[in-house]
Design a protein around this ligand. Structure first.
Ligand SMILES: [Zn+2]
Length: 95
């Protein structure tokens, strides 16, 4: 089996998995895969990798928990309260 052909097929496989491969190339790919164990093995590996990537990307980063939100809020309130104490009470008012 010509190796150059396989390289072409390899290049097509990721497109094939993404569903971006033209129908014409798709048929060519399928025909080649039927008689080419190395390409079948490669496709399997690629599929596994793509699936693993999709699984990995699926979980979203967790939102801050209630405890974290409460802590942030408390810290903000404390800072505000401190700022209020620091603010000079004299000399700022004009009548
Ligand atoms: Zn091949």
């Amino acid at each position: 089996m010509p190796e150059r052909r396989c390289k072409q097929i390899f290049a097509m496989l990721s497109q094939f998995l993404d569903g971006e491969l033209a129908a014409k190339n798709c048929r060519q790919l399928e025909r080649h895969l039927k008689g080419c164990p190395p390409c079948i093995a490669y496709l399997k590996t690629l599929k596994t990798t793509v699936e693993a990537c999709r699984r990995y990307q699926a979980p979203r980063p967790p939102a801050p928990s209630k405890q974290v939100k409460a802590a942030l809020l408390a810290a903000a309130q404390k800072a505000r309260a401190r700022a209020a104490h620091v603010r000079p009470l004299t000399g700022t008012r004009k009548s």
